[in-house]
Design a protein around this ligand. Structure first.
Ligand SMILES: *Cc1c(COP(=O)(O)O)cnc(C)c1O
Length: 370
């Protein structure tokens, strides 16, 4: 491949000396778990995300599971979310013994369709879990109104939406808890697994900390049954270095997305849009076409990598068969699964890379009659 879906080497080259120094500090200090570096990053990430509290977590998946547990969601409860997301969103509901209930997505934003939400609410519904897919926030105003009316919690899966906004509000801060992933390929990526929860609620902040640390705030005094979902100091130190660049990197992503939208506007591809009032963090640039597989193949032949996020909606996955859904239940998600294609989008793409990608996409579209 001439152009891959990410180029972390290039990203790290630019900040290598800072990263090396940060890791060295942790080694010299040897506070690998719950060290000062974790507290520092939590403070910095709270400021970045506009939340009162940020809690470092071992992964985005651990953050989601902890959020559900902190809100006492468990057996007999239902949690409403989407089938068109990464599996982690839904797999974290399983160990709480609550039941995931799916709502289809809007075709335009790829996010939960608020107009289909209310009909899925039952006396067992405890929470709504919108996902800000690809970096664009879900339509949070109607979601929050419905949540308030029915007294439901809201957990925002903001794993792909660091820095995204919905009018004046930032991703992760509108619901009760927001969760982030720092998987290496995310807009803010660790050098391993890492994540965070954010909240404006002091008690939830405390409870998530307990859950992530074996239920203890004083060593060997276990108040509740917890887990080991702690962020480690080396990842925290790396994240603090990278966080300084995140706004700049997000701006570059946005610039590239605008160029793609401009240059590819003459093709028959359905291009992604930034809904008015929402700042997209452009985690992925996702186009749609019914000739998706042919286009992906043509681009691969020209040395351009693409990816499909996500080919099979979760209601059709073997792992979630136990929920009893079948083909046809979520037509928009199913159609998107067949048509979406992510083009390479990351801050390290050079103008030449973008030029090459656009010309190859246009050429392939002409060949394929798209
Ligand atoms: C990446 C991701 C997660 C999981 O995060 P990890 O840090 O990999 O555990 C959850 N939800 C969504 C939407 C994601 O993209």
């Amino acid at each position: 491949m001439k152009i891959n879906m990410a180029n972390l080497n290039k990203q790290h080259e630019m900040i290598r000396s800072e990263i090396d120094a940060a890791i060295k500090e942790v080694i010299d200090d040897s506070q690998f778990i719950m060290g000062q570096k974790v507290l520092d990053f939590e403070e910095q990430f709270a400021i970045f995300s506009g939340a009162k509290y940020a809690i470092g977590m071992a992964s985005g998946t651990g953050a989601l599971h902890s959020a559900l547990l902190a809100l006492d969601i468990g057996k007999g409860d239902e949690v409403i979310t989407v089938p068109f997301t990464f599996a982690a969103t839904v797999e974290t509901i399983y160990p709480t013994a609550a039941k995931p209930v799916f709502v289809d997505i809007e075709s335009e934003s790829f996010n939960i369709d608020p107009s289909l939400l209310e009909e899925k609410i039952t006396s067992k519904t405890k929470a709504i879990m919108p996902v800000h897919l690809y970096g664009q926030m879900a339509d949070m105003k109607p979601i929050m109104e419905i949540a308030e009316k029915h007294q439901l919690y809201v957990i925002e899966d903001a794993a792909q939406a660091h820095g995204a906004t919905y009018f004046d509000d930032q991703a992760g801060t509108m619901g009760d808890i927001g969760t982030f992933s720092f998987y290496p390929g995310k807009n803010l990526g660790a050098m391993g697994d890492a994540g965070a929860c954010v909240t404006n609620d002091l008690e939830l902040n405390h409870k998530i900390r307990l859950i992530s640390n074996h239920g203890q705030d004083t060593k060997y005094e276990h108040k509740i049954v917890g887990y080991n979902y702690r962020l480690d100091s080396i990842q925290a130190a790396i994240l603090s270095v990278k966080l300084k660049y995140l706004s700049e990197w997000n701006s570059r992503r946005s610039e590239i997305a605008n160029q793609y939208n401009e240059k590819l506007s003459g093709t028959g591809l359905k291009l992604p849009s930034e809904v008015e009032g929402r700042r997209h963090s452009w985690h992925q640039f996702v186009i749609r076409t019914s000739k998706r597989d042919e286009l992906a193949e043509a681009l691969a032949e020209s040395g351009i990598a693409t990816a499909i996020h996500y080919p099979i909606p979760l209601h059709l996955q073997p792992s979630f068969r136990y929920l009893g859904y079948t083909e046809g239940d979520f037509p928009v998600s199913e159609k998107c699964g067949k048509e979406v294609l992510s083009l390479p989008l990351y801050p390290e793409l050079s103008p030449d890379d973008i030029e090459l990608i656009c010309s190859e996409v246009i050429l392939s579209c002409e060949k394929l009659g798209i």
